[in-house]
Each structure stands twice: as C-alpha cells, then as structure tokens.
Write a protein that binds this ligand. Sequence first.
Ligand SMILES: Nc1ncnc2c1ncn2[C@@H]1O[C@H](COP(=O)(O)OP(=O)(O)O)[C@@H](O)[C@H]1O
Ligand SMILES: [Mg+2]
Length: 442
Amino acid sequence: MMRYERLAVWAKAEWERAQGDRVFQLLWASESCGNQLAQYRVKPRRKLKSKAYYTGVEQLPCDEVISISEYVVPGRKAMLGETVGAFLFSFEHPDGDFDVLYVSSYYRDDDPNIVAIALVPPEHLDAWVNFESLCNEAVRRPSRRQDVYIIGGTNAYFKPTVDWDEVILPAYIKDDLHSDMEAFFKDGVAIYQELNLAPFRKLLLVGPPGTGKTMLCAAMAKLALRKKRVVVYVSGADDDGASFHKIHHALNVVANAGYPVLLIVEEIDVYLRKDDKARILNVLDGLESPNNPRGALLLATTNYPEVIDERIAKRPGRMDRILVIPPIQDEYLAKQMLEHYMGPQWQDDHEIAVPQLVGQTGAFVREIALHARMLAAHNRQRTVDLQTLMQSIGSLSNQMNTGEDLMPRRRIGFGSSGGNGFGEVVELDGEPQVVEGDLADE
Ligand SMILES: Nc1ncnc2c1ncn2[C@@H]1O[C@H](COP(=O)(O)OP(=O)(O)O)[C@@H](O)[C@H]1O
Ligand SMILES: [Mg+2]
C-alpha cells in the first residue's frame, strides 16, 4: 500500500472511533499544519472564515507514524519546526463545534517530502482551507525579526558579519557587484514588473576555492541587512546534501518574505550534478522562479567554471551576470592582503615576499600569515621577521604541491582555450571529493 493509503486507513478508523458516523471529507492537506511554528504562531481563538474559531490542537498517538520534528531558528532561540505525526485540530462554530483529524508523514525514508491528509466535515471546508493558509503563512513568512534565514544544513554556518572593506579584490569587481544589487532593488524590480516578469535577478560568482566568494556573499548580506532586506542562505555543501527540497523551501521563503530578498546559494554546482538538476534549471529559466513583488536577487557561487560552460553560459538568461573572482592578480592586491593578515605584525621588509603571493588566493595568504606568526611564537620571537615569513610561504607552498599529487586534478577554464585568468589546474577544496562527471547540457 502507498504511504498515504496507510495513513488514510488509520485516520478513517480513528475518526469512526472518536466521531462515530459523522460525515467527513478526506483531503490532501498542507504539511504546514503539522509544523510547530504554525501551531505556535496561529493562536487559539483565531477567527476564521464562515464564523468558525480555531480553538486548539492536540497530538494523537498513531501507530502509523513516529512523530519527528526538525528544529528551526526563527529568532534567537531554536524551536521545533516541521513535524510529522497525527493531530486533532478543534474548532468552534455557532452550528456546533467540529474537529479536523490530520496525519502527516515522510513519503519515504529517502524522500524528505511530506504527505499530509485531513479528514474534514464537508460543511466546514471553507474554515479549514482558511486555517491551512494561515498555517502556510505562519511557516513561510519570516517574522519581522528574522533577517537571515538559513535553509537546511546540519552544519549550516553563515554569519553576515564581514565588512565590505575587509574583502580584498579588484575594485571593479566589488563595485560591479554592489551596484548591480542596488540598481536591481532600486529600479530593476519595477522594470521586471513592467515586462510582466517575476523580479528575480541572478548573479553567479565563479572562481577557484579560497578567493573570497563566501566572504563576498557575507559582505553582501551585511549590506543587504542594513537596507532592511531579508537574507536567505542555502549551501549545496552542507552535511545534509543538496536535495532540491532545500531549494524549494528557500524559494518559498523568498516568495513569501514580504521584503526584498537576497538569496545566497553557495556551491550551486552540487545541485546541478544531481537528479534534481532539471528543476534547478527550471528555476533559473524562470519556470519555477520565486515571485516576490519586492524583488529577489540570487547570488550563487561555484568553484567549477565548467558548470557554467555546460549548463549556464550556453543558455542565455540562466544567469544574468557571471562574475569571475580571481586569485590575487597583482602586487598591489597581494600587499594589501598580506598587510591585512599580518595585522600588527606587518613590517616594511615583508614587502619583499609580496611578488610570491601573486597568483595565490586570499585563503593562502591568511594561512601563511597565521603560520608565520605561530612559527615566530614557537621560536620565542616577538616579531615575525622576513625569514620566518619566507619560511612559512615555502612550507605552505610545498605542502600544496605535495597535496596536488594526492588529490584529483581537474582542468578548468572557459572552453578549451583556457586563458581565464586563474590558471589551468584547480585543486579541490578540503578533502578529496570525486566530482561526478555527467555535465552534459540539458
Ligand atoms: N579576497 C579576499 N579578501 C580577504 N580575505 C580573503 C579573500 N579571499 C579569501 N580570504 C580569506 O580566506 C578565507 C576563505 O575564503 P572564502 O571566502 O571561503 O573562499 P571561497 O568561498 O572563494 O572558497 C576567508 O574567510 C578569508 O579569511
Ligand atoms: Mg566558499
């Protein structure tokens, strides 16, 4: 038997036990009604359509479903959120009180989608539909206080605490990105609407690991928050993987935020490699784009430009802009980066090391600065001298070269001609991950 059939059989028996032969209508129901957040936000005594009042909810024991909740952090403290299980919702009505029996469950073990059914007295359908939509709203609409919405992710970690000035990149890249966001929210949204398009703009940051893409997202988020926009964050690299469920959830939040939204999707390539890729392409193509009347700006990141080649660049409109975030391009930026990460330990003769940092990433410079300071401390030196700094650069470069032999290599580049400004071979970030092929165009 299908999952929903089992739920329906249980629910019918339970209804007959409690309600006798009272007539009911069996309906598909919204998963939001089981959500603890909805149950918290939609208060008893809430007036509904057709003279009904919601009076409360009670959880029922049910052999068919083990009640499981996920938690959410809507404000400062964690709360239970999406919950599967059996519930009895009670309502008052001048013609007589009534109940709705509701059961929800995960569809399958490997499928995070929820099936939910409700048994509703047919004459109270209106009130129930009204109640359901209140629950939907309660779950999807970020409360006023909720500025940053992190979707999924047992290890989701995102703090929009980076200042714009801390990101060291060529000024034209930063200006470009910043003015794109401001122009979109200021004038762009109205233009999209005039053209009858959902105001959804899509920017992609591409570049090798460690060049500051995540940092740039955090800095953009901080700017957005200052302008009272909502930030929604999803990462394809979370422990809980990259199911479309997360994107779907994020898009719901975006569409219903009631505020302009900056939607950050990190490591978007992960989604493009899975079975769900067709759906994410639909989102980019506009078929499943969120329609937030205040505007939504997607800021996506990827380390793999070939994803762009295959899936995105060949199809105009999938991304509105692609910005390459390169490693350190010149000595001016290299010096700025080194000075920044050496902090108070910076000395003028450190400048001699600067040429060696061109072509490296910000993450590399941060590491060598840290390493140099630790070496100095270990050797009981009060300052980091040039020799220690050079030693640190040497040993980290060596380590990276050795690592190259241990890790899978991937060629990158826009097309076969290369010349993309960030070298030919990119090492994978962190542990060696084997990236599946299957990058054929959709
Ligand atoms: N352009 C940069 N400016 C300043 N710091 C940087 C830059 N790029 C990288 N870093 C440092 O390296 C760390 C890792 O960078 P990150 O933004 O995670 O790279 P990416 O997302 O591109 O892989 C940052 O937290 C920061 O400390
Ligand atoms: Mg990153």
